[in-house]
Design a protein around this ligand. Structure first.
Ligand SMILES: N[C@@H](CCC(=O)N[C@@H](CS)C(=O)NCC(=O)O)C(=O)O
Length: 211
């Protein structure tokens, strides 16, 4: 019997990355919405993720948090979906999945707060170097590529495209032509569209009711 798969999220969160990934996997899962500052910080959910943050998944008795880790875990747990390259061909896959999470995410977040890593000393110490270096490097890699790792769609594309799409939408990542050319076709995938529709539906369920 297959293990139960539970997805903890909020429709306005990085949970959207995992929602897309779950739809790509195509296996049954149940969605549990936790709300900011309330159920997300309640003991029941802190037992799942002591950070009190979403997304998280529970698969049988395994809990995984961190959107990038969840994408990688799901690709491995459901190999029939073909969303991870073969084990002996994962160099690019790991490289860019980790780059996006460890360099792209913090570079974007620091930029969003207006915090500039703009001295040579800071740039040496920060893993992402600088905002410009991070996104110039990613753009250089993506130039002329349809997929971030090899020539097939993978879990790394779910994560990298989600980060770029969010960042460009909110003017937190530059709208470089390499990013737009890479992201646009991926957003047309039916799994992405299904996930977006489900997120919209969850939003309406959360909307405050008026008397
Ligand atoms: N490093 C985490 C970040 C998770 C995160 O910060 N989630 C936000 C929503 S996008 C959250 O749950 N914030 C609620 C809080 O911190 O109270 C990941 O990549 O999954």
């Amino acid at each position: 019997m297959s293990k139960e798969l539970i997805f903890y999220t909020h429709p306005q969160s990085r949970g959207a990355i995992v929602h897309w990934m779950l739809e790509e996997i195509g296996q049954p899962y149940s969605v549990r919405v936790v709300e900011y500052a309330t159920t997300m910080k309640a003991p029941e959910y802190l037992a799942i993720n002591p950070m009190g943050k979403v997304p998280a998944i529970q698969h049988g008795d395994v809990v995984v948090t961190e959107a990038a880790a969840i994408c990688a875990y799901l690709a491995d747990a459901f190999p029939k979906a073909g969303l991870a390259p073969a084990l002996d061909n994962r160099g690019e896959y790991y490289r860019w999945l980790f780059f996006a999470a460890a360099c792209g995410e913090p570079a974007m977040s620091d930029y969003a707060t207006g915090w500039k890593v703009d001295t040579a000393d800071l740039q040496r110490r920060f893993g992402y170097g600088s905002f410009e270096l991070t996104f110039d490097t990613l753009a250089g890699w993506l130039a002329g590529r349809s997929h971030v790792a090899g020539d097939r769609f993978s879990a790394a594309d779910v994560y990298v495209a989600s980060l770029l799409n969010f960042g460009m939408d909110f003017d937190l990542i530059p709208r470089k032509p390499e990013f737009e050319a890479y992201v646009a076709p991926l957003l047309q995938r039916s799994a992405k569209k299904r996930a977006d529709a489900m997120i919209q539906e969850l939003m309406t369920q959360l909307a405050p009711t008026t008397a």
